[in-house]
Design a protein around this ligand. Structure first.
Ligand SMILES: Nc1ncnc2c1ncn2[C@@H]1O[C@H](COP(=O)(O)OP(=O)(O)OP(=O)(O)O)[C@@H](O)[C@H]1O
Ligand SMILES: O=P(O)(O)OC[C@H]1O[C@H](OP(=O)(O)OP(=O)(O)O)[C@H](O)[C@@H]1O
Ligand SMILES: [Mg+2]
Length: 284
Protein backbone atom coordinates (compact mmCIF):
# COMPACT_ATOMS: atom_id res chain seq x y z
CA UNK A 1 0.00 0.00 0.00
CA UNK A 2 1.32 3.42 -0.99
CA UNK A 3 0.03 6.92 -0.33
CA UNK A 4 -0.32 8.93 -3.56
CA UNK A 5 0.77 12.56 -3.38
CA UNK A 6 0.21 15.20 -6.09
CA UNK A 7 2.78 17.98 -6.34
CA UNK A 8 3.37 20.70 -8.93
CA UNK A 9 5.30 19.51 -11.97
CA UNK A 10 7.26 22.73 -12.34
CA UNK A 11 6.82 26.26 -11.07
CA UNK A 12 6.93 28.11 -7.81
CA UNK A 13 5.83 25.20 -5.60
CA UNK A 14 7.98 22.48 -7.15
CA UNK A 15 11.36 22.94 -5.51
CA UNK A 16 10.11 23.54 -1.98
CA UNK A 17 7.73 20.57 -2.27
CA UNK A 18 10.57 18.23 -3.32
CA UNK A 19 12.85 19.73 -0.66
CA UNK A 20 10.24 19.19 2.04
CA UNK A 21 9.97 15.51 1.09
CA UNK A 22 13.75 15.25 1.03
CA UNK A 23 14.06 16.90 4.45
CA UNK A 24 11.56 14.28 5.65
CA UNK A 25 14.04 11.64 4.52
CA UNK A 26 12.03 10.75 1.42
CA UNK A 27 13.95 10.51 -1.86
CA UNK A 28 11.97 11.21 -4.99
CA UNK A 29 13.65 11.07 -8.34
CA UNK A 30 11.65 12.29 -11.28
CA UNK A 31 13.58 12.03 -14.50
CA UNK A 32 13.04 14.57 -17.24
CA UNK A 33 9.36 14.87 -18.09
CA UNK A 34 8.36 11.92 -15.96
CA UNK A 35 4.92 12.49 -14.50
CA UNK A 36 5.07 9.78 -11.86
CA UNK A 37 7.73 8.58 -9.44
CA UNK A 38 7.97 6.25 -6.47
CA UNK A 39 9.80 7.19 -3.30
CA UNK A 40 12.51 4.70 -2.53
CA UNK A 41 12.37 4.61 1.23
CA UNK A 42 8.79 5.56 2.14
CA UNK A 43 5.43 4.19 0.92
CA UNK A 44 4.76 7.20 -1.30
CA UNK A 45 3.94 7.53 -4.99
CA UNK A 46 4.36 11.01 -6.45
CA UNK A 47 2.34 12.52 -9.32
CA UNK A 48 3.63 15.68 -11.00
CA UNK A 49 0.74 17.89 -12.11
CA UNK A 50 -0.34 21.44 -12.94
CA UNK A 51 -1.10 23.08 -9.61
CA UNK A 52 -4.60 24.10 -10.76
CA UNK A 53 -5.56 20.44 -11.13
CA UNK A 54 -4.34 19.28 -7.72
CA UNK A 55 -7.51 20.04 -5.67
CA UNK A 56 -9.66 18.17 -8.19
CA UNK A 57 -7.36 15.14 -8.28
CA UNK A 58 -7.31 14.95 -4.48
CA UNK A 59 -11.09 15.37 -4.25
CA UNK A 60 -11.51 12.58 -6.84
CA UNK A 61 -8.99 10.34 -5.02
CA UNK A 62 -6.76 10.08 -8.06
CA UNK A 63 -4.24 11.32 -5.49
CA UNK A 64 -4.74 10.82 -1.74
CA UNK A 65 -2.93 14.01 -0.73
CA UNK A 66 -1.44 17.05 -2.46
CA UNK A 67 0.62 20.18 -1.98
CA UNK A 68 -1.03 23.33 -3.31
CA UNK A 69 -1.27 27.06 -2.62
CA UNK A 70 -4.26 28.21 -0.57
CA UNK A 71 -5.06 30.65 -3.38
CA UNK A 72 -5.68 27.77 -5.81
CA UNK A 73 -7.35 25.64 -3.14
CA UNK A 74 -9.95 28.25 -2.22
CA UNK A 75 -10.51 29.32 -5.83
CA UNK A 76 -11.26 25.75 -6.89
CA UNK A 77 -13.60 25.03 -3.96
CA UNK A 78 -13.15 21.26 -4.02
CA UNK A 79 -14.08 19.11 -1.04
CA UNK A 80 -10.66 18.35 0.46
CA UNK A 81 -9.23 18.82 3.95
CA UNK A 82 -6.23 20.96 4.88
CA UNK A 83 -3.85 18.83 6.95
CA UNK A 84 -0.97 21.22 7.52
CA UNK A 85 0.26 24.67 6.55
CA UNK A 86 3.72 24.27 5.05
CA UNK A 87 5.22 27.75 5.44
CA UNK A 88 6.51 28.25 1.89
CA UNK A 89 5.26 29.99 -1.28
CA UNK A 90 3.87 32.77 0.86
CA UNK A 91 2.08 35.44 -1.14
CA UNK A 92 -1.15 37.41 -1.11
CA UNK A 93 -4.00 37.83 -3.53
CA UNK A 94 -4.36 41.57 -3.81
CA UNK A 95 -6.05 44.33 -5.75
CA UNK A 96 -3.79 46.42 -7.97
CA UNK A 97 -4.72 49.76 -9.52
CA UNK A 98 -2.82 52.37 -11.55
CA UNK A 99 -0.18 54.01 -9.35
CA UNK A 100 -1.68 57.48 -9.79
CA UNK A 101 -5.25 56.45 -9.04
CA UNK A 102 -6.91 57.93 -5.99
CA UNK A 103 -7.80 54.68 -4.22
CA UNK A 104 -9.79 55.38 -1.08
CA UNK A 105 -11.14 51.91 -0.36
CA UNK A 106 -12.85 48.90 -1.87
CA UNK A 107 -15.71 51.12 -3.09
CA UNK A 108 -13.26 52.45 -5.68
CA UNK A 109 -14.01 49.24 -7.59
CA UNK A 110 -17.72 50.09 -7.94
CA UNK A 111 -18.65 49.87 -11.62
CA UNK A 112 -15.09 49.04 -12.67
CA UNK A 113 -13.67 46.15 -14.71
CA UNK A 114 -11.26 43.81 -12.90
CA UNK A 115 -8.91 41.40 -14.66
CA UNK A 116 -7.99 38.27 -12.69
CA UNK A 117 -7.29 34.54 -12.81
CA UNK A 118 -9.28 34.16 -9.58
CA UNK A 119 -12.92 34.88 -10.53
CA UNK A 120 -14.44 32.91 -7.64
CA UNK A 121 -12.42 34.64 -4.91
CA UNK A 122 -12.87 38.05 -6.53
CA UNK A 123 -16.64 37.56 -6.86
CA UNK A 124 -16.83 36.63 -3.18
CA UNK A 125 -14.81 39.70 -2.19
CA UNK A 126 -17.04 41.95 -4.29
CA UNK A 127 -20.24 40.42 -2.90
CA UNK A 128 -18.99 40.70 0.69
CA UNK A 129 -18.34 44.40 0.10
CA UNK A 130 -21.54 45.08 -1.88
CA UNK A 131 -19.59 46.08 -4.94
CA UNK A 132 -20.90 45.85 -8.46
CA UNK A 133 -18.00 45.28 -10.81
CA UNK A 134 -17.28 43.30 -13.92
CA UNK A 135 -14.77 40.46 -13.74
CA UNK A 136 -12.66 39.81 -16.78
CA UNK A 137 -11.06 36.36 -16.41
CA UNK A 138 -7.62 35.86 -17.93
CA UNK A 139 -5.19 33.02 -17.25
CA UNK A 140 -1.90 34.89 -16.91
CA UNK A 141 0.07 38.13 -17.39
CA UNK A 142 -2.71 39.80 -15.44
CA UNK A 143 -0.63 42.85 -14.49
CA UNK A 144 -0.51 44.00 -18.09
CA UNK A 145 -4.33 44.28 -18.34
CA UNK A 146 -4.81 47.93 -17.23
CA UNK A 147 -1.91 49.08 -19.43
CA UNK A 148 -3.48 47.64 -22.57
CA UNK A 149 -6.96 48.90 -21.79
CA UNK A 150 -8.40 45.52 -20.83
CA UNK A 151 -9.43 46.50 -17.30
CA UNK A 152 -9.41 49.29 -14.70
CA UNK A 153 -7.93 47.16 -11.94
CA UNK A 154 -6.51 43.69 -11.36
CA UNK A 155 -6.51 41.03 -8.67
CA UNK A 156 -3.42 38.83 -8.72
CA UNK A 157 -0.75 37.28 -6.54
CA UNK A 158 1.84 39.58 -5.03
CA UNK A 159 4.94 38.85 -3.01
CA UNK A 160 7.72 41.40 -3.52
CA UNK A 161 5.43 43.76 -5.44
CA UNK A 162 7.95 44.18 -8.24
CA UNK A 163 5.64 42.86 -10.98
CA UNK A 164 3.02 45.43 -9.98
CA UNK A 165 5.62 48.18 -9.84
CA UNK A 166 7.07 47.35 -13.23
CA UNK A 167 3.61 47.57 -14.73
CA UNK A 168 2.82 50.98 -13.24
CA UNK A 169 0.42 49.59 -10.64
CA UNK A 170 0.14 49.90 -6.86
CA UNK A 171 -1.12 47.34 -4.37
CA UNK A 172 -4.26 48.13 -2.39
CA UNK A 173 -6.66 45.66 -0.76
CA UNK A 174 -5.54 42.14 0.27
CA UNK A 175 -8.20 39.56 -0.56
CA UNK A 176 -6.41 36.46 0.73
CA UNK A 177 -3.11 35.59 2.39
CA UNK A 178 -1.74 32.36 1.00
CA UNK A 179 0.92 29.75 1.58
CA UNK A 180 1.45 26.16 0.47
CA UNK A 181 -0.66 23.62 2.32
CA UNK A 182 -0.89 19.85 2.48
CA UNK A 183 -4.41 18.69 1.61
CA UNK A 184 -6.00 15.26 1.78
CA UNK A 185 -8.97 13.43 0.41
CA UNK A 186 -11.85 13.37 2.90
CA UNK A 187 -12.28 9.60 2.95
CA UNK A 188 -8.91 7.91 3.30
CA UNK A 189 -8.67 4.33 4.58
CA UNK A 190 -7.22 3.64 8.02
CA UNK A 191 -4.12 2.27 6.36
CA UNK A 192 -3.56 5.42 4.29
CA UNK A 193 -4.29 7.65 7.27
CA UNK A 194 -1.54 5.81 9.15
CA UNK A 195 0.99 6.53 6.37
CA UNK A 196 -0.20 10.16 6.26
CA UNK A 197 0.21 10.49 9.99
CA UNK A 198 3.83 9.35 9.85
CA UNK A 199 4.48 11.75 6.95
CA UNK A 200 2.91 14.65 8.87
CA UNK A 201 4.94 13.75 11.96
CA UNK A 202 8.11 14.13 9.87
CA UNK A 203 6.88 17.38 8.28
CA UNK A 204 6.18 18.89 11.68
CA UNK A 205 9.65 17.91 12.92
CA UNK A 206 11.20 19.60 9.88
CA UNK A 207 9.05 22.72 10.27
CA UNK A 208 9.78 23.04 13.97
CA UNK A 209 13.50 22.63 13.36
CA UNK A 210 13.43 25.37 10.74
CA UNK A 211 11.90 27.81 13.23
CA UNK A 212 14.47 27.07 15.91
CA UNK A 213 18.22 27.38 16.33
CA UNK A 214 20.66 25.55 18.56
CA UNK A 215 22.68 28.04 20.57
CA UNK A 216 25.97 27.54 22.44
CA UNK A 217 27.70 30.18 24.49
CA UNK A 218 30.23 30.72 27.25
CA UNK A 219 28.88 32.34 30.40
CA UNK A 220 30.67 33.71 33.46
CA UNK A 221 29.46 31.63 36.43
CA UNK A 222 28.53 34.70 38.48
CA UNK A 223 25.89 35.64 35.85
CA UNK A 224 24.87 32.11 34.92
CA UNK A 225 21.39 32.29 36.50
CA UNK A 226 20.53 35.52 34.64
CA UNK A 227 21.71 34.01 31.36
CA UNK A 228 19.85 30.75 31.88
CA UNK A 229 16.68 32.69 32.65
CA UNK A 230 16.80 34.09 29.09
CA UNK A 231 17.13 30.65 27.47
CA UNK A 232 14.12 28.35 27.65
CA UNK A 233 15.65 25.30 25.92
CA UNK A 234 13.49 22.29 25.08
CA UNK A 235 13.28 21.37 28.75
CA UNK A 236 15.92 23.61 30.25
CA UNK A 237 19.39 24.60 29.03
CA UNK A 238 22.37 22.25 29.35
CA UNK A 239 25.20 23.71 31.48
CA UNK A 240 28.73 22.24 31.36
CA UNK A 241 31.84 23.53 33.12
CA UNK A 242 34.60 24.98 30.91
CA UNK A 243 38.24 23.97 31.45
CA UNK A 244 38.87 27.56 32.57
CA UNK A 245 37.43 27.98 36.05
CA UNK A 246 34.67 30.53 36.60
CA UNK A 247 33.08 29.85 33.19
CA UNK A 248 30.41 27.49 31.87
CA UNK A 249 29.24 26.42 28.46
CA UNK A 250 25.47 26.81 28.01
CA UNK A 251 23.53 24.97 25.27
CA UNK A 252 19.94 25.70 24.39
CA UNK A 253 17.30 25.97 21.67
CA UNK A 254 15.93 29.35 20.62
CA UNK A 255 12.96 30.29 18.50
CA UNK A 256 14.02 32.27 15.45
CA UNK A 257 11.52 35.04 16.25
CA UNK A 258 13.10 35.73 19.66
CA UNK A 259 16.58 35.36 18.36
CA UNK A 260 18.08 38.86 17.87
CA UNK A 261 16.36 40.24 20.90
CA UNK A 262 17.75 37.52 23.17
CA UNK A 263 21.25 37.61 21.66
CA UNK A 264 21.49 41.30 22.63
CA UNK A 265 20.43 40.55 26.19
CA UNK A 266 22.86 37.63 26.45
CA UNK A 267 25.77 39.85 25.40
CA UNK A 268 24.77 42.50 27.92
CA UNK A 269 24.99 39.83 30.63
CA UNK A 270 28.54 38.82 29.72
CA UNK A 271 27.93 35.87 27.37
CA UNK A 272 30.82 35.24 24.97
CA UNK A 273 31.60 33.00 22.01
CA UNK A 274 27.96 32.71 21.01
CA UNK A 275 27.40 30.08 18.29
CA UNK A 276 24.08 29.64 16.52
CA UNK A 277 23.58 26.40 14.63
CA UNK A 278 20.72 25.23 12.39
CA UNK A 279 18.72 22.25 13.61
CA UNK A 280 17.85 19.56 11.11
CA UNK A 281 14.96 17.79 12.85
CA UNK A 282 13.20 18.63 16.09
CA UNK A 283 10.94 16.25 17.97
CA UNK A 284 9.44 17.54 21.17
N1 LIG B 1 5.35 35.63 -6.39
C1 LIG B 1 5.07 34.60 -5.64
N2 LIG B 1 5.64 34.44 -4.44
C2 LIG B 1 5.36 33.37 -3.66
N3 LIG B 1 4.50 32.42 -4.02
C3 LIG B 1 3.91 32.51 -5.20
C4 LIG B 1 4.17 33.60 -6.07
N4 LIG B 1 3.46 33.43 -7.18
C5 LIG B 1 2.79 32.29 -7.03
N5 LIG B 1 3.04 31.72 -5.82
C6 LIG B 1 2.48 30.46 -5.27
O1 LIG B 1 2.95 29.38 -6.05
C7 LIG B 1 1.86 28.75 -6.73
C8 LIG B 1 2.32 28.28 -8.10
O2 LIG B 1 2.72 29.41 -8.86
P1 LIG B 1 3.17 29.26 -10.37
O3 LIG B 1 3.45 30.63 -10.87
O4 LIG B 1 4.25 28.24 -10.47
O5 LIG B 1 1.80 28.68 -10.95
P2 LIG B 1 1.35 28.29 -12.40
O6 LIG B 1 2.08 29.15 -13.38
O7 LIG B 1 -0.13 28.34 -12.34
O8 LIG B 1 1.87 26.79 -12.52
P3 LIG B 1 1.24 25.51 -13.27
O9 LIG B 1 1.99 25.40 -14.54
O10 LIG B 1 1.52 24.34 -12.35
O11 LIG B 1 -0.24 25.75 -13.44
C9 LIG B 1 0.76 29.79 -6.73
O12 LIG B 1 -0.54 29.20 -6.85
C10 LIG B 1 0.95 30.45 -5.40
O13 LIG B 1 0.41 29.66 -4.36
O1 LIG C 1 5.17 40.47 -6.34
P1 LIG C 1 6.13 39.67 -7.15
O2 LIG C 1 7.31 39.19 -6.35
O3 LIG C 1 6.57 40.40 -8.39
O4 LIG C 1 5.40 38.33 -7.60
C1 LIG C 1 4.14 38.37 -8.24
C2 LIG C 1 4.14 37.60 -9.50
O5 LIG C 1 4.52 36.23 -9.27
C3 LIG C 1 3.55 35.38 -9.91
O6 LIG C 1 3.86 35.13 -11.22
P2 LIG C 1 5.09 34.20 -11.65
O7 LIG C 1 6.37 34.94 -11.53
O8 LIG C 1 5.02 32.90 -10.88
O9 LIG C 1 4.83 33.95 -13.17
P3 LIG C 1 3.56 33.31 -13.91
O10 LIG C 1 2.56 34.41 -13.96
O11 LIG C 1 4.10 32.95 -15.24
O12 LIG C 1 3.11 32.10 -13.13
C4 LIG C 1 2.26 36.18 -9.83
O13 LIG C 1 1.33 35.75 -10.80
C5 LIG C 1 2.72 37.60 -10.06
O14 LIG C 1 2.72 37.94 -11.41
MG1 LIG D 1 -1.38 26.96 -12.47
Amino acid sequence: MKLKIAIQKSGRLYEDSIKLLKDCGIDVRNGMNKLKAEAENFPLEVFFLRDDDIPQYVADKVADIGIVGENVLYEKQKAVTVVEKLGFSKCRLAVGVGKDENYTGAQYLQGKTIATSYPVLVRKFLDDNNINAEIHEISGSVEIAPGIGLSDAIVDLVSSGSTLFMNGLKETETILKSEAVLVRNNELSEEKLAILSSLVFRMQAVKKAKNNKYILLNAPNDRLQEIIALLPGMKSPTVLPLAESGWSSVHSVLNENDFWNIIEQLKERGAQGILVIPIEKMIV
